[in-house]
Design a protein around this ligand. Structure first.
Ligand code: NAD
Length: 417
């Protein structure tokens, strides 16, 4: 999808709309439309058969007015510099909306990690860290996992950085395994935060969630935990799931443990015997209460938005909805919990991980959960109230809150007068 619709153009258009409502000065607006710093490089990796392959990599620091850049690293075959720019921009608005003392960044490598052996993946991960080590650090820019990267990859990258610098600096990267001083609760934090926002949206809309149907597009970190926690925390019934290889549907509900066991064994949910196959595109249009896009960008467009029936669209993915689709969903009465609010739980617990690393003192799981709940619930109501007060859709409201904070920091620093 990202090859057809340019996510960075979408991110810029979203900002433009907010800038106009905020009355941002043209120079400040122009400054916020572009990343502050970009690093692009080639990455030669030794393959197991003795040959070498050259990959393309990026690290983009979009804005650091409120603190060190923060954002994940994505390994994906369709990665482009503009996808990384868009994701880095959204990280900037996300950390500001959650009121974390951080800026926004993102990284990526154009590769298909599923075609790499574990040792090739390790060499790619260590090579990526060697290329970005000179522009990152706990007080500069702190990467984390994203699509097709995980705690093991963070562990290899941490080790490479510490070998290069000759010291222990666990705060250089987050989303680490707990055994290497990651935070309790980081694994499911994105989906957990998202489910907390669904809980609040349902309260605001007076909806009963017990037994309400949910469809999930994407069954990785975000999607799998949405399935589990949607059931455990809110009593939701997941009726449809998709991943890159297929989609399944069972109106009576899909059991989390059985679906996970099937996915682990076969690498896909397709073929799961306790559900029917379904058309992945139609999953987005099912008559569900909650729709969770948890895969990639630009999947809800002006083409399919009129057929979306969900009462709440909980965007765990970054950038799943185009600006045209936003307007259609709003007009049709779907309540969108925008990506940089809905999925802010991940970066919030990554921030907690940084805090714990800096103090070298670690919190119990219950403390992580209660702090996450308080933080994301506060952000939810700031967006909800802004949207109600100004009669605008939630994404625009979230932009108004976040961009105002970043603009204020830029102005206070005297970068743009
Ligand atoms: P992941 O690599 O763990 O999983 C991605 C999933 O998406 C896989 O199941 C894959 O099969 C599926 N997928 C890929 N293409 C698809 C397609 N065309 N249709 C349906 N499914 C498809 O990644 P993740 O960490 O779960 O990230 C998913 C989304 O959530 C991304 O947009 C990411 O930026 C966002 N996000 C993740 C985090 C986090 O902490 N992991 C935080 C914030 C936002």
């Amino acid at each position: 999808m990202s090859g057809i619709i340019n996510p960075f153009h979408i991110a810029q258009r979203q900002l433009d709309e907010a800038a106009e409502l905020l009355g941002l000065a043209p120079t400040l607006h122009a400054f916020l439309r572009e990343p502050m710093q970009e690093v692009a490089f080639t990455l030669p990796v030794q393959m197991d058969d003795g040959t070498q392959e050259v990959f393309k990599g990026f690290r983009i620091q979009y804005n650091t007015a409120r603190g060190p850049a923060k954002g994940g690293i994505r390994f994906h075959a369709d990665e482009t510099v503009d996808t990384v720019r868009a994701l880095a921009a959204w990280m900037t608005w996300k950390t500001a909306l959650a009121d974390l003392p951080l800026g926004g960044g993102k990284g990526g490598v154009v590769c298909d990690p599923r075609s790499l052996s574990p040792s090739e993946l390790e060499r790619l991960s260590r090579g990526y860290m060697r290329k970005i080590a000179h522009v990152i650090g706990p007080e500069v820019d702190v990467p984390a996992p994203d699509v097709y990267t995980n705690p093991q990859i963070m562990a290899w990258m941490l080790d490479e950085y510490e070998v290069m610098t000759g010291r222990h600096l666990p705060g250089v990267i987050t989303g680490k395994p707990v055994a290497l001083f990651g935070s309790q609760g980081r694994g499911d934090a994105t989906a957990r935060g998202g489910m907390y926002t669904v809980r609040e949206a349902a309260a605001a809309l007076n909806l009963n969630l017990a037994g309400a149907p949910m469809a999930i597009q994407g069954y990785g970190n975000a999607g799998q935990y949405a399935h589990q926690l949607g059931g455990e925390l809110l009593g939701l019934k997941t009726v449809a799931i998709s991943d890159s290889r297929g989609a399944i549907y069972n109106p009576h509900g899909i059991a989390y443990k059985a679906a996970m066991a099937w996915k682990r064994a076969r690498g896909t949910v397709a073929g799961f015997p306790e559900a029917e196959p379904c058309n992945p595109a139609e999953l987005l249009e099912l008559p569900v209460t909650i729709l969770v896009p948890a895969a990639l960008e630009a999947v809800i467009t002006d083409e399919n938005a009129p057929r979306v029936k969900a009462r709440i669209v909980a965007e765990l993915a970054n950038g799943p909805t185009t600006p045209e689709a936003d307007r259609i969903l709003h007009e049709n009465g779907s309540y969108v919990i925008p990506d940089f609010l809905c999925n802010a739980g991940g970066v919030t617990v990554s921030y907690f991980e940084q805090v714990q690393n800096a103090y070298n003192f670690y919190w119990p799981l219950a403390e992580v959960h209660s702090r996450l709940d308080a933080s994301i619930t506060r952000a939810f109501y700031q967006v909800h109230e802004m949207a109600q007060d100004r009669h605008i859709h939630n994404r625009l409201a979230a932009y108004l809150v976040a961009v105002k904070r970043v603009a204020e920091a830029v102005a206070l620093r005297g970068w743009i007068r």
